[in-house]
Design a binder for this molecule. Structure first.
Ligand code: ADP
Ligand code: MG
Length: 263
C-alpha cells in the first residue's frame, strides 16, 4: 500500500543533542499549522512520551508491540494535549526488542511494515530514535523517507556527523535506497560562545544548504517544558526556543513541498 504521509526520523547516535526536544516541538509546530501528526517514540527511555504528558500507567501497549507485530498503529496510539498530535508511546520493553528479534530476517523492516499495514490519517509521522545505531534506529531509517539530524553546537559535532552520514549511505545501499537527508538542525546554540559560532560556520561550510537557516537557541524555557509534560510551544509560545521551532517547521514543510514538486 502506498500512503501520502511523510515519515521523518530524528536521528543522531549521540545522546543529549536535542533529538527528543526537536521531535516534540517540530511535531507540535506542524500540528499547530494544521498538519495531522503522529510521533512514534522508539527510545526505551520514553522521553518523548513523558515530554508529551503520557503517564507511564497509560503505556500498556507501546511501540514495542508495534515492532513485535502484535498490535497495529491504531491499537497503540494515544492522543496528546496538542490538537492534531498523537503518539505511540514507548516503554522499557523496547530494551528487549533487539535480542528477541535479532535472528528474524525481517528484523529491520518491522516498523516500516507496521506503518504501511493500514492507511493512517497523518500527514507527518515523526520517529524519535534512541542515541545509538541499533536495531531500533535501523527500523526507523528503513521506514522513513528522510532523516532530520539535530546537531549540538560543540567541538565533536562534525566528527559524529560524518559517522551519521556514513550510516545513512549504508542504509541507502541496503535497506532504504530512497532515504533522504531532510536537513541538519543546529541545536542549543549560544551566541556568546565563540566555539559555537565556529561550529556553525564549519557545519555550513561542510554541508551547505543541507543545514537549516533556523538555529535553535539554548533556552531555559525549552528545557523546563518536559517536566510539565508539555512541548515548549505549549508551555511558552513566545520564548525564543519555541519561535525557532516554529520557524524550523516552516523550513521542513518548504523542503517537503519542493521534494513533492520534483517527484
Ligand atoms: P536527545 O533526545 O538527543 O537525547 P534531548 O532532546 O532529550 O536530547 O535534550 C537533552 C537535554 O537538553 C534535555 O534536558 C533537554 O531539555 C535539553 N535541551 C534540548 N534542547 C534545548 C534547548 N534548545 N535549550 C535548552 N535545553 C535544551
Ligand atoms: Mg531522546
Amino acid at each position: 500500500m502506498s500512503h501520502n504521509n511523510r515519515i521523518i526520523t530524528i536521528a543522531n547516535q549521540k545522546g543529549g543533542v536535542g533529538k527528543t526536544t526537536t521531535a516534540i516541538n517540530l511535531a507540535t509546530a506542524l500540528a499547530a499549522i494544521g498538519e495531522h501528526v503522529l510521533i512514534v517514540d522508539l527510545d526505551p527511555q520514553g522521553n518523548a512520551s513523558t515530554g508529551l504528558g503520557i503517564d507511564r500507567r497509560d503505556r500498556a501497549v507501546s511501540s514495542y508491540d508495534l515492532l513485535m507485530g502484535t498490535r497495529s498503529v491504531d491499537q497503540t496510539v494515544l492522543p496528546t494535549a496538542v490538537p492534531n498530535l498523537s503518539i505511540v508511546p514507548s516503554t522499557m520493553d523496547l530494551l528487549g526488542f533487539e535480542m528477541e528479534i535479532a535472528q528474524q530476517p525481517d528484523r529491520v523492516f518491522r516498523l516500516k511494515r507496521a506503518l504501511q499495514e493500514i492507511a493512517l490519517p497523518y500527514s507527518y509521522i515523526i520517529l524519535d530514535c534512541p542515541p545509538s545505531f541499533n536495531l531500533l534506529t535501523m527500523n526507523a531509517m528503513a521506514a522513513a523517507q528522510s532523516v532530520l539530524v539535530p546537531l549540538q553546537c560543540e567541538f565533536f559535532a562534525l566528527e559524529g556527523l560524518s559517522q551519521l552520514l556514513e550510516t545513512v549511505n549504508q542504509v541507502r545501499q541496503t535497506v532504504n535506497p530512497s532515504l533522504d537527508i531532510q536537513g541538519i538542525v543546529l541545536t542549543m546554540f549560544d551566541a556568546r560562545n565563540n566555539l559555537a559560532q565556529q561550529v556553525v560556520s564549519d557545519v555550513r561550510t561542510y554541508l551547505g544548504d543541507k543545514v537549516y537557516h533556523t538555529l535553535i537557541p539554548r533556552n531555559v524555557r525549552v528545557s523546563e517544558a518536559p517536566s510539565y509534560g508539555k512541548p515548549a510551544i505549549l508551555y511558552d509560545l513566545k520564548c525564543a526556543g519555541s519561535q525557532a521551532y516554529l520557524q524550523l517547521a516552516s523550513e521542513v514543510i518548504q523542503r517537503e513541498r519542493r521534494r513533492k514538486a520534483a517527484a
